[in-house]
Structures are given as C-alpha cells and as structure tokens.
Write a protein that binds this ligand. Sequence first.
Ligand code: AHM
Ligand code: MG
Length: 339
Amino acid sequence: DSAESINTDIVTLSRYILEKQRYSAKHATGEFSLLLNSLQFAFKFISQTIRRAELVNLMGLSGASNATGDQQKKLDVLGDEIFINAMKTSGNVKVLVSEEQEDLLVFRNNSGSYAICCDPIDGSSNLDAGVSVGTIVSLFRLLPDSSGSIKDVLRSGREMVAACYAMYGASTHVMLTTGDGVDGFTLDTNLGEFILTYPNLHMPLECPIYSINEGNTLYWEQHIQDFVNGLKEPQQFLNGKPYSSRYIGSMVADVHRTLLYGGLFSYPCDRKNKHGKLRLLYEAFPMAFLVEQAGGKAVNDKGERILDLTPEHIHDKSSIWLGSAYEIDRYLQHIGKQQ
Ligand code: AHM
Ligand code: MG
C-alpha cells in the first residue's frame, strides 16, 4: 500500500554533510559542515524571497547600481543581504566576494578559515518574467597564516575546495561538489529540507544542444561564427540533423540543463565584451568545477582550462565554453587545440 512505498530513510543535505564530515579526512572539520549549513539556510531564504516577491510587490528597480554597472533590482539587494548576513553570522567565513559588492568584505571578528565568492542572484534580468535564476558560490580555504585578505581569493581555480549553485526554478535545486564528484539536491518545501535526488551525477558525454546568445553573432570573431554555423549544418552522427539551440539567459539554468542533458554552453568574448561577460570567481570557476566533476570540460576562447586561470581583480571576467566532453573537444579541435 502507499504507506509502504514511502521511503523513510531519505538523505537530506544536513545528513549528507554530517556523513561527508565523518568519512572524509579532507573536510573533517566541523567548520566546513557548519558553513554548508549556513549556505543551505541562505538558499532557502533567497528561494522563499523570490517566490513571494511578486505578491509582496518587490518587483522593480531600486535605483542603485552594482560594481559592474548593471542596474540592480530590489531582489538583487535582498539576495545579497541575505547571503552576506548568513555567511557573516556562520562564523566560518573570513572573506566574502559578492557580485553586488565592489570591494571584498573581511569579517574581522570571525575566526573562520574560509573565503567565499558568490553571485547572490544570477540571471536577474529574467526575474520579472518568473524564469529560473540562481545563486552561484565558490569556496576557498584561507592561505596558511592569512587573517583574511584579497590574496585569499586571487588564486587559481584549482585551489577551490567546493563549489555549488542553487537554482530557483519549478523546484529549488542545489548542485554541490567538494572535489569528489557532484551531488544534487531538491528542496522539499513541506519538510524544509534539501533531499539528495542526483547522487554522484555524471553528465552525458555528448548531446546535440548548443546554448549561446546568438544575438551577439555580429560582434563575434569570424572563427566563432564559423564554429556555431557548423553546428547548424547536417551532422553525420545525427543522421543529418543539426544541433538544437537552447538559451535561457540565466547561467545557472543553462548550466543546470547542460549538466542534466549535456551539450555545450558558451559566452565568448565579443566586440562589446572584450574579456567575455561572465565573472571568473563566482560564475566561471564554480561552474567549471561542477562541470568537470560531473565528467565534462570547461575552457576559455583560447582553449585554456578555466580552472587553470587566476584572476587579477575580484570582478575579472572570462570567456567560457563548458559542457559535454565531445562538444568541448569539438571546439578545441576547431581552434587547433585538440590534444
Ligand atoms: P548577471 O550576473 O548580471 O545576472 O549576468 C549574468 C547573466 C548570466 O546568468 C547569463 O548567462 C548571462 O548573463 C546572459 O547574458 P546575455 O543577456 O548577454 O545573453
Ligand atoms: Mg548577477
């Protein structure tokens, strides 16, 4: 009967964190677990705030603008406040970089040993239409003997100890890596808990989907136009069919689909965005880490591995090509970089 079909032994994110702490020497400090707990609180709070926003009339511009000059919405401000407060009071975070804050924040009173970088609400141009947006996070341990400085985040992507995003879509999902594969969770709003729904996620090795803002075609270098045009030609391995195009314009949602279905997502450099549009520390790095941990690849326009890059400034940008190994190899081949 139905009572018997209910799984009474589900893995919540809290349980997962505790078990991970117990079994992994690398993250054996309770500090890391507490930090992940504060993170999931921030995700639930932002998720609720977005879902209520229309009803409590939060939509519209706040009048302020953020570090990179975009127009900032009330929800961006709120998401930023929620995130900063959760991290500050967790006690485990010493350094915080937010897309919405021009300078990095150092919490002098915290004894924590982590530096965190985030885009509190990514894809916010989609908010008013109710399209999925998300929060993206990368995590570093402070350098040895550091009391918290900019040096703790101006590091190679290889030094990240964890990355995750929350996607506020039809459901709220969290995809998380601590460098040991990717696990995905879905928020059960009745229980108020994230439930492990995608254990050890592996992305498909190939998929005929490309995701790129083609409105920028005229601004792309010729070789990028050529590459994308090539995807629209009949593909032998698809019995003569071309690739399909999918572009949401929320990086979290486009990457989430890419993790689950495969294919490629790109935001290349163009004449308007000479260094690309997406930010290294809290967009390109964490997504590259997740994609690689799920079996995919992530490179820049030149074919350099994203995780091998090091930002010079906290809001530095990068071009990006990420997705299934086959599709990224195809790009690498196109630029003559196939190993
Ligand atoms: P945001 O951080 O200001 O929201 O901008 C980042 C977003 C990404 O979510 C998305 O991939 C990209 O910008 C879309 O840009 P465009 O509208 O130029 O295609
Ligand atoms: Mg943003």
